[in-house]
Write a new protein. Structure first.
Length: 370
């Protein structure tokens, strides 16, 4: 879901986001699902790992991770990765009608490895990314079709992907402590079978200018893609990635940062750093998946931390939007808004059990800013 980056551009981030009261007000007591939400918001469980999705005959996958929503007539589809090893990963989909009721559930990718995050394309496919050293991007088809590997997009520890329809490229994060940020330039926009993989080059500072350089061997063997280009900028554990209005945001879990690429002037800076938050304690740690609302708010999920989804507003303020209680051995994954922007889907990957077989996928509804 794209949102208006003009708000962010007008804000002209001078410093990373700082603590502030939530525009939705304080969190209320935990509801029956263990979620603390602002007044006016409600939650529901839409699927549980290993259990039949209500209203269907489909068994929901284990370890639900990255996700996205696609408009489907008057309803929508929510896709979710399965971060399982041993060739048992993949991705599934939930189809909803206009009232938000599940009408069907089905598999869109099977037999893959550690499908962590990914990203939606403008042509309504889901890029499911494998998180291991020789991982690939798989293009999947939520509306029907056979998933296809896209090796031209590089073999590395893939995390997330974000499509930029203006520059006609796909941005890619890498989940390694010395990882890089990439972009894939397809030979033909809308066809990811061939193209050029490039890596971001910049200095060691937390802000400055950047350029792109071509990765000579996207196959990543024998030399890893991140080690092929001199001057490639290193990022500590790349995670979520989101594009809107000439801006890319991506997170790095190793140092609890949210980075911002300003594509119009080819500069980068910090949108958030937990070490630079004042006053008080930084609310966001274990930064992971990220999405955005039509209003211009970023929603960043925690892997660990206090099991929260925090929001960063266009005027550089950060606050807690929700908290999940009693699931400290889990992580929040796959935040994504439905097309109308009044429902937020996400998963707790290991739920209350702390096991990949205990994943829970939620929907929160309410008066989101739009």
């Amino acid at each position: 879901m794209a949102f208006s980056g003009s708000l962010w551009q007008n804000a002209a981030l001078a410093t990373p986001a700082q603590n502030a009261a939530s525009p939705y007000g304080p969190l209320q007591a935990a509801d029956a699902n263990g979620l603390q939400l602002p007044a006016g918001f409600t939650s529901q469980v839409v699927a549980r790992s290993g259990q039949t999705v209500p209203g269907t005959s489909y068994t929901w996958h284990s370890a639900p991770d990255g996700g996205a929503c696609f408009a489907d007539g008057t309803g929508w589809i929510y896709v979710s990765n399965s971060e399982m090893s041993g060739g048992t990963g993949g991705a599934s989909a939930l189809r909803f009608n206009s009232s938000g009721t599940v009408t069907s559930a089905y598999r869109i990718l099977s037999g893959t490895e550690r499908n962590c995050a990914g990203g939606a394309t403008p042509w309504n496919t889901w890029l499911s990314c494998e998180e291991f050293d020789n991982g690939q991007v798989w293009e999947t088809y939520p509306f029907g079709g056979t998933a296809v590997a896209r090796p031209a997009m590089g073999r590395f520890s893939h995390e997330a992907a974000a499509a930029d329809p203006v520059r006609r490229v796909i941005y890619l994060t890498e989940d390694k402590s010395d990882g890089c940020l990439y972009r894939f330039v397809p030979t033909t926009w809308g066809n990811l079978a061939s193209g050029t993989l490039q890596v971001l080059r910049a200095g060691t500072a937390t802000s400055g200018s950047f350029t792109w350089a071509t990765v000579p061997d996207p196959d990543g063997s024998p030399t890893a893609t991140r080690n092929q280009v001199s001057g490639a900028k290193r990022f500590n554990g790349g995670e979520g990635c989101h594009y809107a209005d000439d801006t890319v945001w991506f997170t790095t879990k190793g140092d609890n940062r949210v980075w911002q690429l300003n594509l119009l002037n080819s500069t980068y800076e910090l949108a958030y750093d937990d070490n630079l938050v004042t006053p008080g304690t930084a609310p966001l740690t274990g930064v992971d998946n990220v999405t955005g609302s039509s209003h211009g708010d970023l929603y960043v999920a925690e892997d660990g931390g206090n099991m929260e989804i925090c929001m960063i507003t266009p005027d550089d303020k950060i606050s807690v939007f929700l908290r999940i209680n009693g699931q400290s051995a889990s992580e929040i994954c796959g935040p994504a808004f439905n097309p109308a922007g009044d429902r937020l889907y996400f998963s707790s990957q290991r739920g209350t059990s702390g096991s990949s077989s205990g994943g829970i996928t939620y929907c929160v509804s309410g008066p989101f800013r739009r």
